[in-house]
Design a binder for this molecule. Structure first.
Ligand SMILES: CC(C)(COP(=O)(O)OP(=O)(O)OC[C@H]1O[C@@H](n2cnc3c(N)ncnc32)[C@H](O)[C@@H]1OP(=O)(O)O)[C@@H](O)C(=O)NCCC(=O)NCCS
Length: 174
């Protein structure tokens, strides 16, 4: 059952250095630039993009997920560098009890500059203020130190370890 109200359009959020907004086809090259790097996808369920076509398919996926009222996926644009935008994305899995399940990724060029902490704080605020989502959740692998730190810096609390909850990068033999 889905208790969330349907959004008429994707939100646009803003923080000191960032704009979080709808991802459009023109973003494909920027998405490919971060998504083809193996280290970026190490702890994520998807494989590194092999070509720009993978990034275009991802953009279509973001549109489909919004249309089907399942996920909100936003790109992050750096205010100071709008011509060479880099993106990360947030997904909100709409499910029972208005729970927001947030995921995130940012280009390796920007790691360690506080960007994701800044962006995630804005998304959490939006979930509470505008979507009335509670609780707000995020998950990461134990080895993903950067992600752990981001969650902690955003005030999230560790509620435990889920064992064998998610299997990443499974290829089922045909
Ligand atoms: C995890 C991730 C989102 C962190 O983004 P970020 O913008 O670098 O994070 P921030 O700078 O806001 O803060 C994260 C903290 O972790 C540290 N950190 C970032 N990447 C790290 C890494 N790979 N290894 C160890 N520490 C890392 C930062 O230095 C910072 O530390 P500090 O608080 O002591 O200054 C980013 O590394 C990323 O996109 N990784 C690939 C995708 C991913 O794993 N997403 C999370 C899935 S659960």
């Amino acid at each position: 059952m889905n208790n969330c109200k349907r959004l008429p359009e994707l939100p646009k959020l803003e923080s000191e250095r960032l704009i979080l907004r709808k991802i459009i086809l023109e973003d494909a090259l920027d998405i490919f630039e971060y998504a083809h790097v193996p280290e970026v996808a190490e702890f994520l369920p998807w494989f590194p993009h092999q070509s720009i076509q993978d990034s275009i398919e991802f953009i279509k996926f973001t549109e489909e997920k919004f249309e089907s009222d399942e996920w909100i996926i936003l790109g992050i644009e750096l205010k100071e560098n709008r011509k060479t935008d880099r993106f990360n994305r947030y997904s909100r899995l709409k499910g029972v009890n208005n729970c927001a399940d947030i995921g995130y990724v940012i280009s390796k060029n920007f790691w360690g500059k506080g960007m994701m902490t800044e962006a995630l704080k804005e998304v959490i605020k939006y979930c509470f203020d505008e979507l009335a989502d509670e609780p707000v959740e995020a998950h990461c692998e134990e080895a993903n130190i950067g992600s752990w730190k981001v969650m902690k810096k955003c005030g999230m609390k560790n509620e435990g370890t889920l064992r064998e909850k998610v299997f990443v990068k499974i290829v089922i033999a045909q």
